[in-house]
Design a protein around this ligand. Structure first.
Ligand code: PMP
Length: 301
């Protein structure tokens, strides 16, 4: 039926997502990746000139879209060791009174988390929108979704790109109050998620139990890579609850060359704060072994 337009409401897919997250499908909207939803959520809920507080460092697309829409993006710095300081965040919220706060949990790029009790604490005072990006939720296992019944300014953002492994097909979803979902539907392009993607995502969700077994493998591998690399001198790794590790390596330039030579792609950063860091995504055991051996070539035990 490729001559027909896709279902603009993604009804079957929202049904499956509803089963997956155990929420009413009417509290769910689907996007062409969660990237698209970041922009749709901003456009549908806040306006030009409004302030948005984001963690610093965090996923770059929040500011990418926010600046395009004319929002004033305010960075809230994580501590030296990427720890989140609740007291300081509260001060920032009082000072700037942002219309939206974006928290990424676990946070990309360091993999650190904000406790659920801290998120609840924020919601008890903060009346703007709290966009909680849980792209890496499955690797952590703790979600703010249960807080939706208490707080209608909370918006949960998820994706099928990470643990469920269909990044190329582009499926993100948002779980929020029916009023917020209605606003999202008012501005999203009707055919933002194509039929092939909708069909594939439904299949993937039907097999989610089997697919999520891989998450356990990745978590075990993450800890193994962490252990092996922390044995090396001049390496510092942030504790991660995602499927990646943020690594501070004194001779990151040499390391990048060695990794490149082995055709291993890592994420380097051009910001001052992260210039000595690389982010390595955890793969299957022999891919990780190759990464470890590159590090051993550059750093002493
Ligand atoms: N949020 C975070 C924190 C991410 O790291 C990413 C992808 N790198 C996304 C959202 C976007 O994911 P996608 O558009 O593939 O759903």
């Amino acid at each position: 039926m490729w001559n027909r337009y896709p279902d603009p409401l993604c009804e079957k897919l929202r049904q499956e997502l509803g089963n997956y997250v155990k929420m009413d499908p009417e509290m769910i909207a689907v996007g062409n990746g969660s990237d698209e939803l970041i922009s749709i959520i901003m456009k549908s809920l806040i306006k030009n000139g409004d302030r948005v507080v984001v963690l610093e460092p965090s996923f770059s697309m929040y500011s990418f879209y926010g600046e395009q829409i004319g929002l004033e993006m305010i960075g809230f710095n994580l501590d030296e060791d990427f720890k989140f300081n609740l007291k300081e965040l509260k001060k920032t919220l009082i000072k700037y009174k942002p219309r939206m706060l974006i928290l990424c949990n676990p946070n990309n790029p360091n993999g650190g988390v904000i406790e659920l009790s801290e998120i609840k604490d924020i919601l008890e005072d903060y009346k703007g929108y709290l966009l909680l990006d849980e792209a890496y939720y499955e690797f952590y296992g703790v979600s703010g979704i249960e807080l939706l019944s208490e707080f209608n300014n909370l918006i949960i953002l998820r994706t099928l790109s990470k643990a469920l492994g269909i990044a190329a097909l582009r499926v993100g979803y948002v779980v929020a109050s029916k009023e917020i979902i209605k606003k999202i539907f008012e501005i999203k392009s009707p055919y933002n998620v194509n039929s092939l993607t909708q069909a594939a995502a439904i299949k993937v969700l039907k097999y989610s139990k089997e697919l999520l077994e891989r998450v356990e493998v990745i978590k075990t591998e993450r800890e193994r890579v962490y252990e092996e690399l922390t044995k090396l001198k001049n390496i510092n790794i942030a504790k991660s609850y995602g499927n990646f590790l943020l690594i501070k390596a004194s001779n990151s330039l040499e390391l990048s060359k060695v990794l490149k030579g082995e055709r291993i792609e890592v994420r380097a950063f051009d910001t001052t704060r992260l210039k000595d860091y690389i982010r390595v995504t955890i793969g299957i055991a022999d891919q990780n072994d190759r990464v470890i051996s590159c590090f051993r070539r550059c750093f002493d035990e």
